[in-house]
Design a protein around this ligand. Structure first.
Ligand SMILES: NC(=O)c1ccc[n+]([C@@H]2O[C@H](COP(=O)([O-])OP(=O)(O)OC[C@H]3O[C@@H](n4cnc5c(N)ncnc54)[C@H](O)[C@@H]3O)[C@@H](O)[C@H]2O)c1
Length: 355
């Protein structure tokens, strides 16, 4: 992937770039003593010798990647550790890990001293293909996912697909879920190009191409609406249902797989309302189902699901704001009553899942 040219992202803090690199440890070695690393513990243990040789004795804030550890109540502990490491305004945080390590680092970088520089080495497919650009940090509060957040883009992103070789299969599928989403949002033909190659997506060359394209498609949305006040809203396609599924399974379903199930629900909802065309509904269903095939029998707690849906942050005056394919198959935000008909739809969908 080192042959792919860098991608420049325009942001309110200036332009930052995404580089595609072969050997991350060569770069990690070169950071100066003003750097504090924020490192996913599992990634550290998988590449122990490489990190030992490249980070040496510089300061490391270690993160165990779990939703509980990106809860607001944990931030105080991280800040205490950073203070012990001598964090100052002129120091730099370098995050190495997936979306959880990113969210924590981005949140800390944007709030400490009202902003310190940070860079990111994403190590999951989801983080490489999606979350590494877009400026957002999302922090859980109580049992509400991603209630708190800031907009603070990294100063640089370094993508090395070499990290992906140790990822569990479910984490690969989770990243593919977000890749499917952004391909669908670009247009139906873009989605179809991915769906047609889906059987070959475990081939690295194919995966890398779709990873790169996913960033290019996401770039189009975030550059025109970085603060998520308009068009960027559609990036939440699959997320209203997806976040509720994550809560209702106690985060037993990885984020991007929950989003994949969520897109299938959104499409079915739209199809039943007469908006999404039958052919599009059926062909997308095939690809989405393939991607969540290992989670069809998952136990979804209905009470938690409906409670989470009712609290979704996009809701307006008690109405659900669903991002679904609407007229002319275009994905848009549409308001719906949170009523018995909607509940029946969801229950029927879940009953069909493990049929
Ligand atoms: N801020 C954003 O824009 C944004 C966007 C999408 C998702 N998110 C958030 O990201 C989180 C999910 O992130 P994620 O899916 O990247 O995963 P993650 O950070 O939760 O990591 C998933 C698992 O993979 C492990 N892991 C990471 N890199 C690995 C590697 N190279 N080899 C083996 N194991 C590795 C981690 O230790 C963890 O066990 C969610 O909390 C979600 O809300 C944030």
């Amino acid at each position: 992937m080192a042959n792919y040219s860098e991608i420049q992202i325009k942001s309110y803090r200036g332009t930052y770039s995404v580089h595609f690199i072969e050997n991350p440890f060569e770069l990690i070695k070169n950071y100066d003593e003003n750097t504090i690393f924020v490192l996913d513990e599992k990634v550290e243990s998988l590449y122990f010798e490489e990190f030992k040789n490249s980070i040496g004795d510089r300061s490391v804030l270690r993160i165990t990647a779990s939703e509980d550890n990106k809860n607001f109540k944990k931030m105080e502990g991280y800040i205490d550790q950073l203070l012990v490491f001598g964090i100052r305004r002129d120091k730099k945080l370098v995050a190495i890990g997936g979306g959880i390590t990113q969210d924590i680092t981005c949140f800390l970088a944007s709030t400490l001293f009202r902003g310190v520089f940070w860079e990111f080495f994403p190590t999951t497919l989801l983080a490489q293909a999606d979350s590494c650009i877009g400026s957002k940090s999302s922090i859980n509060y109580g049992n509400v996912k991603n209630l708190l957040g800031t907009f603070c883009p990294p100063n640089k992103v370094h993508v090395s697909v070499s990290f992906l070789r140790t990822l569990e299969q479910k984490e690969i599928q989770s990243g593919i879920g977000e890749m499917i989403k952004v391909h669908f949002l670009n247009d139906y033909m873009t989605f179809k190009s991915l769906a047609d190659e889906f059987e070959r997506i475990s081939n690295w060359d194919v995966l890398e191409k779709f990873l790169y394209d996913s960033l290019l498609y996401k770039k189009k949305f975030i550059e025109v609406d970085e603060f998520d006040r308009g068009i960027r809203n559609v990036m939440n396609y699959g997320h209203t249902f997806g976040h509720a599924i994550e809560s209702a399974t106690n985060f037993g379903v990885p984020h991007g797989i929950a989003v994949t199930i969520g897109m299938d629900m959104a499409n079915r909802f739209s199809y039943q309302k007469g908006w999404l065309e039958k052919e599009l509904f059926e062909s997308s269903k095939e690809c989405l189902e393939q991607n969540y095939r290992d989670f069809k029998n998952v136990d979804i707690n209905r009470d938690t699901f409906f409670s989470a849906i009712s609290k979704d942050k996009k809701n307006v005056d008690g109405k659900l704001a669903l991002i679904i394919p609407y007229k002319n198959n275009k994905i848009e935000k549409v308001l719906f009553e949170n009523n018995a008909e909607f509940k029946d739809f969801c229950n029927n969908f879940f009953e069909g899942l493990d049929a």
